[in-house]
Ligand binder design. Structure first.
Ligand code: BGC
Length: 735
């Protein structure tokens, strides 16, 4: 029952609590425990009963672990954040853990890791996102956590951004829908989820200081739109404000971001928590809309939301009503997620079942980039040489606060940068080699790839060579280039020269240069593959499951195609890439504005290596009889989708819309994900998301759809279309 949708939970649970409430009718001391009341009503009742000290307890958490000179409190679980229970009021402790791919800490205990957020986004499947969220929410609850620091949705404006793997790609609609469903999945388990990092924390280099310079309208139509769509879909209890500044003002004291956009325009009812070390003031932050300071004693200059905030109240700088609002928002979110009625507590975890959820996400989200002469799927009769990337032991994970270690431990411990932040480098013990061996009847050999000539020699003797290449990326730094490190390009080139039947499997943060692409037979983008990664990769390679992932971000040929070819100060010395120069004080996102990713490529007339939305399968699909209508206030596109190949497969037809007017770029406005047997034809309808059919109007703090002719294109990707139409739409406005 624990992975069913929220409504059913609420019904079952409502009955249970009602029975308790009736039984407890003669002890009305805690009227907020009546589940028939709304979360707002319940929060208001608690607030009335709170002392001023209890309120000050609620508006800050402390670090939940012993580190950086901080000793963890006795009740803390050894993770990111902790607030002791307020037993007098029946409020449980707040126990917060990272992050979006699984329960990161305590690392020694271990948990199930989903594949990269980009893999989930590449599935284009909200149900995959929801299932992954429900899985990690369930593990969190069973570990005693009631807040997950998940929901990463910063847009991928640069393939070198060290945290792309935690996010959901470059498109506001896709990223918002995927992150929103992941959040809904987490919260279905009575665990509050954040959405983060609000906003424009789109690069790690200099993240604590740099200012994201952006035109406010462009921000509304790109990064902020992703947040808004995710909030609408997932109703996260909390928004985590980011480290960076936005238009020169720190995100956690940014009145425009927090008060005006989030709380006023979007009517967001939850609370804003700071990132760890993102608070720089008491009164200014509180007045700008920050509701809870995270781990200030360990990461901020001081605990701003204790004595300094008390002083700001005493002096009249911050009114009591603001403190009350902060508390009410926090309480409301705890009630809304069910975290108070269903306290998180230790319970057993079915790791085998959870690993299957992670494996399914990887199977749905790996992207087949190239497949010459149907090299894939492999046949079990072929002999195989498996090369590189510790494929004999496991699959790589991204690093930083989100990294999840398996309960079986780290499959490849001790790699640089070691245990020092942002390490450790963690591998999930799901070895592709073993999974390939389970399928191949022919000979299977392994070479670690450190000597390209030796690997090539072995590859020449086999029917097929499968080369694994990897790129570790992490929170807190960006790679200075898109090039793979450690001589891996030479390895692939040598192997591909020795054996034209070379398959490359990428385990990486995102787009890298592929100088050897034309020499290879096939390339599979496996991202960071997660707890079931080895098995998923083997199933895809052998055609037990059809590759159906589509790129959630554009794949540039190299850095010269990017809006900012250089990232000053990017790199990590411990990985042999020492930063050159100082991080920029300002990152200029006005260059591309809202034209992120494929829209930038279109605007500049550039051809990426692989476009957004691209991905192959083991069959092909055609679109026919496209019709587009404006009906009942909706733009609906219908067409026949045909599997024109010889194998079953899954297609992701994509609807792109161009608004009327000059110099417009197309926008993804909807998609479908359809499984078809060979030769099967299905009529498919895609409704354009109305939020993509307008422009932000800063004067009205709202949106307007211009009247005129809208161009509709049905795409296999953001650049390959099969069918288009023009539809006249009337004007409209909305908030
Ligand atoms: C990260 C957040 C994370 C927090 C707590 C910060 O460094 O930016 O994403 O939730 O740490 O670990």
């Amino acid at each position: 029952m624990r992975r069913t949708f929220g409504n059913r939970w609420w019904l079952a649970f409502g009955g249970l609590c009602l029975a308790q409430a009736v039984g407890a009718a003669d002890t009305p001391a805690r009227p907020w425990m009546n589940p028939q009341l709304s979360p707002d009503q319940r929060a208001a009742l608690v607030l009335k009963a709170m002392t001023q000290d209890e309120k000050f307890q609620l508006v800050r958490t402390e670090f939940g672990d012993s580190q950086n000179g901080h000793t963890k409190a006795p009740g803390a679980l050894g993770s990111a954040g902790y607030m002791p229970a307020i037993e007098r009021l029946g409020l449980p402790a707040i126990q917060e853990s990272d992050a979006g791919l699984g329960v990161a800490k305590p690392r020694e205990i271990g948990a199930t890791s989903l594949p990269s957020g980009l893999a989930t986004a590449a599935s284009f499947d909200p149900q995959v996102a929801y299932a992954g969220g429900a899985m990690i929410g369930s593990e969190a609850h069973r570990r005693g956590f009631n807040v997950m620091l998940a929901g990463g949705v910063d847009l991928a404006r640069d393939p070198r951004n060290g945290r792309n793997f935690e996010y959901a790609g470059e498109d506001p609609l896709l990223a918002g829908i995927i992150a929103g469903h992941a959040i809904a999945g987490i919260q279905s388990q009575h665990v509050v989820s954040t959405i983060k990092h609000y906003a424009l924390n789109d690069l790690e280099t200099g993240r604590n200081t740099h200012s994201a310079q952006v035109d406010p309208t462009a921000a509304q139509e790109s990064d902020l739109l992703a947040f808004r769509i995710a909030i609408d879909a997932g109703h996260p209890g909390s928004v985590m404000c980011s480290y960076n500044r936005v238009n020169l003002v720190y995100a956690c004291e940014n009145d425009w971001l927090l008060n005006q956009v989030l709380k006023r325009d979007w009517a967001y009812p939850g609370f804003v928590m700071s990132d760890w070390g993102a608070v720089h003031s008491a009164g200014k932050s509180a007045l700008a809309g920050l509701d809870q300071e995270s781990a200030g004693e360990t990461f901020d200059d001081k605990v701003y939301f204790d004595q300094p905030l008390r002083a700001a109240l005493a002096s009249g700088e911050v009114p009591q009503s603001r403190l009350d609002d902060m508390c009410k928002r926090i309480l409301r979110s705890l009630f809304a997620a069910g975290a108070i009625d269903h306290p998180a507590k230790a319970a057993s975890i079915d790791f085998a079942a959870d690993r299957k959820v992670a494996q399914q996400a990887e199977e749905a989200g790996a992207v087949l980039l190239r497949n010459q002469q149907a090299l894939l799927p492999l046949s079990p009769t072929q002999s195989v040489v498996v090369i590189g990337a510790h494929a004999d032991r496991g699959v790589l994970s991204g690093g930083g606060s989100s990294v999840v270690q398996s309960p079986q431990g780290n499959a490849v411990p001790g790699l640089p940068p070691g245990n020092d932040w942002p390490g450790p480098v963690v591998y999930q013990p799901s070895a592709p080699l073993a999974a390939i061996e389970r399928r191949a009847h022919g000979k299977v050999q392994y070479d670690d790839g450190h000597d390209p000539a030796a690997a090539a020699k072995l590859a020449a003797q086999a029917d097929v060579a499968v080369v694994f290449v990897q790129q570790w990326a992490s929170e807190s730094f960006d790679w200075p280039t898109m090039a793979l490190s450690d001589n891996q390009d030479a390895l692939v080139a040598a192997v591909a020269k020795a054996n034209p039947h070379t398959v490359v499997v990428l385990e990486n943060n995102g787009p890298v240069r592929l100088p050897w692409l034309e020499q290879t037979g096939a390339v599979l983008e496996a991202w960071y593959p997660g707890a079931g990664g080895g098995e998923a990769i083997a199933r895809l390679l052998y055609g037990e499951v059809a590759p159906a992932g589509r790129l959630p971000l554009s794949w540039p040929r190299d850095e010269s195609q990017l809006p900012r070819p250089q990232i000053p100060g990017a790199g990590l010395a411990a990985l042999g890439a020492p930063p050159q120069g100082k991080p920029a004080d300002q990152v200029d996102y006005r260059i591309e504005g809202a034209d992120v990713g494929y829209r930038w490529f279109q605007r500049k007339g550039l051809e990426p290596l692989f476009p957004f939305g691209y991905g192959l399968g083991y069959t092909e699909f055609g679109y026919d009889k496209l019709q587009a209508h404006w009906q009942h206030d909706k733009l609906v596109v219908g067409f026949d989708l045909r599997n024109t190949g010889k194998r079953a497969g899954v297609d992701v037809p994509q609807l792109y819309v161009t608004l009327p007017g000059e110099a417009r770029t197309r926008r993804l406005a909807g998609w479908s994900r359809v499984a078809l047997k060979p030769g099967e034809v299905r009529h498919v309808e895609i409704t354009a998301d109305p939020r993509l059919l307008g422009d932000y109007d800063p004067a009205k703090h709202g949106w307007q759809r211009p009247a005129g002719s809208y161009r509709v294109q049905l795409g296999h990707s953001a650049t390959a279309f099969e069918g288009e139409a023009t539809v006249d739409l009337p004007a409209a406005n909305w908030q």
